[in-house]
Design a protein around this ligand. Sequence first.
Ligand code: GDP
Ligand code: MG
Length: 759
Amino acid sequence: MLKFALAGNPNCGKTTLFNNLTGSTAHVGNWPGVTVDKKEGVYKKCAEPIKIIDLPGIYSLSPYTPEEVISRNYILEEKPDCVINVVDATNLERNLYLTTQIMEIDVPVVIALNMMDAVTKRGDRIDAKKLEEKTGIPVVSVSALKNQGLDELMKRGYEASKTPRKGKTVLEGGALAHLIKDCRIALEGQGVENALFHAVKLVETDELEVKSHPASKAMVDEFKKTFKDNTFGDDFEAVVADGRYKYITQNYSSVMVREKTKKEKLNRSDKADKVLTHKIWGIPVFLLILFAIFHLTFSENLLFIGAALPEGWVSLEGTAAEGLFGTEGIASPGVFLTNLLGLATDSITAAVQSAMEAGEVASWATGLVCDGMLGGLFAVVGFLPQILVLFLFFSILEDSGYMARVAFILDRLFRKFGLSGRAFMPMIMGFGCSVPATINTRTLADKNERISTIRVIPFFSCGAKLPILTAIAGGIGVAFGLPNTDIVTYGMYVLGITVAIVCVLLMRSTTMKGDVPPFIMELPAYHLPQPKNLMLHLWDKTKHFVKKAFTIILASTIVVWVISHFSFGWEFLEDTEIDRSILAGIGQLIQPVFTPMGFGSQLGAFGWVFAVAAITGLIAKENVIATFGTLAACIVGAVIDVETDGGIAAAGAMIAATGITVPALISFIAFNMLTIPCFAAVATAKAELPTKKSFNFTLLFWLGTSYAVSTVIYLIGSWWWTVFIVAAVLAAVVVLIVLYNKGKINFSALKFKKKARIK
Ligand code: GDP
Ligand code: MG
């Protein structure tokens, strides 16, 4: 099959183009660096099917970060039949910088002049024909967003792929022409492929190039001796870059006709930036926006107007819709949708139950299906609306271009923690799912910055942990009669972020030191979020969630139900006999481990359910609440009498039955949030971390951090005076770190001494 690669600057619309050409739904974001791995799809409207590869965005072919290396190596080594160079036409000159480098490779190229809709809208014109004449490469005006010109683009690409193309350089008219030519001829003599490209890179003293052709470097250095530039001396990288830019400004300014009235448009973006990226107000504004988002997703008392409402304002009492709109105040959209879905799942369970009972199905089967499977599944599925609402807001922020600015605002702050603003993107992605977030850390150039970021990503509580936060917070409300428990939910998100910051600070000042490279990123213009993009994001999330619910989570609930209804002697147990089950046995065995955190041996009857839930969470975090849902019927039957539909009610039942305290519950949430993430996230971290040792240490780090933080929460929450002990321990740790940094203690020397003693 023919292979076409999409190459271009970050944020020029490659993924949008890719999606429209192949009918895929890859993630599109108004943020440079969203695609960090190559993606493949097939275009079928030409004479033969064509495989399309979406490469990570690059500004040049001299890469610094791992994702940029992917793009360069692909073009050079995999030899696509054609490179589609996607060019953001609203930023023509800067984008052509990359074009001048791609041109140097011996590969057919077409230029996709993208975002032409935006160019036309602001009244500018670009002469594609002229550009084609000047570059000698086919140029097609397209709009990936509006799906215009794509077939024409592919047609020209298909034609181009049929004839081999020799590389050409724009530097041949300049001062370096001789030097490049000599190198090229020498390399050709050695039978090197893409001699021109490698010659230019050698002249530039490109790092990758020098590493892979050390012998040629000596030769080029010999040639270089005879050359000296007046402005740049022997900084050949600068000489080459200057050559390219000079060529672009001299030759392509005539291609673009600018409209004079552009000013007004710019002003609007600038005005918004005056507030949103303000030096002092930028961060508070961001925090306020975050608070508003969480409030709209989780609050049961929107805008806190509950207090202003007359007592018993809900006239729905006693009806099926009671509590749909809220009982304390007005429910936020997230809670409202959750309640709505709850009504649906409740009636499904009720219908299935009565049908099975009417059909005189064996009571164990009814129990397995209704309490076990549906109870567990619906406890989690109920939170899908809140997950979607949260991500809708995040997608809007991202697509509008605001998130990219937040990275800039935070860059100054992040630097104090030893990170660059670039690390913000993987972190914010972590609120969705740790897996793509971990992969996204490839945009970080410093190895140690990358390792530290990968380690703290799970602390940015992901969508799967949302049911834990919300259900336990709600359960606290149900069991202790507390209002506004959504504050607990925000609090836990903030806790996760705080722990992440502290850990990064610790790592970057001890074992994970390194430079923070300067953060250079072009700010995309603000634009209205595209409903199509937003829907794609949400659809992706829903698909993923539903798939997970009906595979991993459903399977886990069945296993949990079965081992909670059989004894070790394989005797079937009634709901009320759960304390004799296999599950109870396992739970009681591991329970003591959790005692320091408040949900171990100190709990009364059924206290082991918390230990069991934490373990099932290692498979998928949703399992924590699904396990409660599955076990709720037994617990309720055995000790207490409450309603058990849905995740919140199930958590409430567990709390009432076990007599767990509020500090222990908060510690339970913190433990599940900070400990080893699910299987998928662990596997990704393993693949992305550079060494086995760093991965093993990461596992220990997750376990240790969650254990320590939860224990501290439980201790201080239960006995306030323990705060002094905790403070003393923390102070000791800080002193140790300071001493270590000053070279006063040497841990490796300690190790050495131990070894000596053993001898
Ligand atoms: P990539 O980083 O190159 O993969 O770029 P994306 O495909 O993620 O797109 C970046 C942004 O540009 C998104 O907000 C898109 O909606 C927007 N975009 C992409 N193509 C076009 C286009 O043809 N016209 C306009 N106006 N916007 C576009
Ligand atoms: Mg992309």
